[in-house]
Design a protein around this ligand. Structure first.
Ligand SMILES: [Zn+2]
Ligand SMILES: [Zn+2]
Length: 378
């Protein structure tokens, strides 16, 4: 059992404050204390005090403590006043303790429950009013909506009709490859190679575990250094409080060394046979081209030398269009499939549909229906 500390109470009848816990009748109005809640003058409810922070605690003297019962006051059912556990009859009206139905704590609990119920029944004014200010989330949502809208608009298609073909271009090219002799080396001899030399050479290093080495490592851990005492105050329900002591550990960092075994590796060279050889490979060496501005397309003429062969073929068919209405718009050149290009002539009107960003264009009818895909080159 800890030290006893003097409690205080306020008179609910006349409002008199800070009446000592060992006084049972209000010094102002003379009424016996009833619906009260005991408190400490300098310690808040639930407050913790350290060992050296207790100079303001008002301990009962040994003499005062003698008369304090261990139990809470009992409640008189007839006159609603609190009576000491030592008393067998009501100090105020003389009623028997046998008729008492509750003590200080029962009554306090009942009162607190009632207050909580009243609090809950009150309409919540603050949360009922709608918030006027825009939350950052709402602002972000609006910005996102604008971005998505802009993206969808840019992704939307637009058909342009005031276009006239002003030029046609075609170009064709053939890559000529030459059969050349290369001197190379590798770990394997490729098919068709003519070996000139072979020798053992360093291929790579392998990491091989050689031994373990002991090493001391500094480590730390948290350990309990000592315990310290702190205090709380419990309502005894009779005008006094009990100071209860508690222990809590205080930690410190402990340093220690640990021996660890660390593997040590050695780099072991691995050798393999390397082949040196001559090999013939077909390599692009030159290009022959043809081009024109009419429909007379032809592949370029060429003569192959003895060590040459024909390689890749490329062809491109272009048309240029200009705006007939918006003269300030610069002309654009597109690549199109050969079959469609053959049907095009200078002076033709056409519709081109593209995304508003200009990407993914195609030749269309006036309603934007696709006829053939094209690719803008300039
Ligand atoms: Zn009073
Ligand atoms: Zn009474």
């Amino acid at each position: 059992m800890g030290n006893l500390v003097m409690g205080y109470w306020d008179c609910p009848v006349c409002g008199s404050k800070e009446i000592r816990g060992d006084v049972v009748n209000c010094p102002s109005c003379g009424r016996a204390r009833g619906d009260v809640k005991f408190y400490l003058k300098t310690v808040r409810e639930g407050e913790i005090r350290e060992e050296n922070q207790r100079s303001d605690i008002e301990y009962l003297t040994e003499e005062q403590a003698k008369y304090v019962s261990k139990n809470p006051d009992w409640y008189c059912s007839f006159c609603n006043s609190l009576n000491s556990d030592n008393a067998q009859t009501c100090n105020t009206c003389g009623a028997s303790r046998a008729d008492s139905e509750s003590n200080y704590f029962d009554q306090l609990k009942k009162r607190q429950e009632k207050e909580a119920a009243e609090q809950a029944a009150q309409p919540q004014v603050s949360s009922a009013a709608p918030k006027r200010s825009r939350s950052p989330l709402a602002v972000a949502a609006v910005i996102l909506l604008v971005i998505v809208g802009l993206f969808m608009w840019m992704n939307g298609r637009k058909t342009v009709g005031d276009l006239r073909v002003t030029a046609l271009n075609w170009s064709r090219a053939i890559t000529i490859e030459e059969n050349r002799l290369f001197s190379e080396s590798d770990w394997e001899l490729p098919a068709g190679a003519e070996e000139t030399d072979s020798r053992r050479e360093l291929h790579h290093f392998d990491s091989v575990l050689d031994h373990y080495e002991s090493r001391e490592v500094q480590r730390s851990r948290s350990v309990i250094d000592h315990y310290e005492t702190y205090y709380t105050y419990e309502d005894n329900g009779n005008g006094t409080f009990t100071e209860v002591s508690h222990q809590r550990p205080v930690y410190t960092t402990e340093y220690y060394t640990e021996t660890v075994q660390e593997p040590v590796y050695v780099q072991v060279p691995r050798y393999a046979t390397k082949y040196y050889y001559n090999i013939r490979r077909w390599t692009p060496s030159r290009e022959v081209t043809s081009s024109g501005e009419d429909h007379n397309t032809a592949w370029p003429e060429f003569t192959l030398a003895e060590n040459e062969r024909e390689g890749e073929r490329r062809e491109e068919y272009l048309f240029t269009v200009e705006h007939t209405e918006k003269k300030n718009q610069s002309p654009a050149t597109y690549a199109v499939g050969e079959e469609f290009w053959n049907t095009l002539n200078v002076g033709d009107q056409m519709y081109i549909t593209a995304k508003r960003s200009g990407s993914d264009p195609y030749i269309s009818d006036k309603d934007g229906k696709e006829i053939t895909k094209i690719r803008q080159v300039r």
